[in-house]
Design a protein around this ligand. Sequence first.
Ligand SMILES: [Zn+2]
Length: 398
Amino acid sequence: MWLLKSVRSANANRALTNVPGGHLPLEFGCSSIVSNQPYQTSVMKITWLGFSVGVALFALVMEGQNPTPKATITTWPQGRSAAISLTFDDGINTDLDFAGPILKKHHLNGTFFVTTGMGPWEKRKPEWKQLAQDGNELANHTVHHPCLLPEITPHSQDYTPEMMESEVAGAARQITELLNTHRGLTFAYPCGNMSFGRPQDEVKNAALYARYVSGHAFGARGVGMGAVSSDELNVLDISDLGPTAGKGFIDLLKMAEPALGAHNWGVYCFHGVGGDWLSVTPDALDELTDYLVRHKEVWTATFGDVLRYIQERKAASIDVKQANAGGFTIAMGWPLDQQVYDVPLTLQMELPGVWSEVTVTGDGKKLVPELAAQKNSTVIMVDVPAQTKVVLVSQEAH
Ligand SMILES: [Zn+2]
């Protein structure tokens, strides 16, 4: 278990990118590596005999173990245990004045669901752009925040389908133009309302609303059902963890415990920070972000990037080919839109036997494998850039 832990902490600050120089000497000072040296020698000899013979003898050498490597994509990057996203609604001044600087101080990124036709969007555009350039996500919360709550204007009871479509499309256009990006946007429903118009039109309009959102976003946040299972999420209605207004650090952390305990995704929804409305104090956010930075086993990332990882993982295909004693190749398929779904996936591979050195390439470029565990088999993890077609894993003798 300690091995796994050490890998996670070593990985924790590493960006999810392809780092050059991907050669992994598997050095743990572990006696099992030394005691398996004869096995290494056998393997080298076997490879001279040719592929088909090599496979047969390799199986014998493994003394009944299955020689086929197992490859999976980890639920969260680098085998982390859960995911957290910090999201901030309404595009308000305290996003820029407090939330952004607190995230920056801790080197974390959040998601800002902005309303582009009100508040400080227009006046502070360079600052919103800078927030995105710092790695944060700017996302769609409509132009005017139409809502069914009587105390909030504009009232979406008065909206026609055309009006609601232009709310979604208009904000998407504003954000896309400011950022000059084609990575796609996510969306959050104002007040969590998923329909609009007259009560008798509720069902029909809910379907229309979902259609408008799906035309301008690759996923959407709803409200309040708690932790999200990556295998069961509704991509157009991803729950948040519930109301955060007025809560201190301890209570905020309690909200995430079910997600952390069940290895799921927890999405915080904040509004004001140190002002504006439904706010938390800057100290509460500061302590929460500090906690998340110190807990490397939790993947804290933008709403969009967590969703990208989940969707890519579920859609990707992995096909282990050409296994022999010296290595194997994995053919990967990435069927989703490559402009939007561009985050690396972490491939975990269980290699039969104890490998002392491993080299991994993705479409000919070196990747950086990390040792996750080693006993009778060798478990490695490697971040594979999106759209990589062929991963080649080979072992090298000393
Ligand atoms: Zn809102």
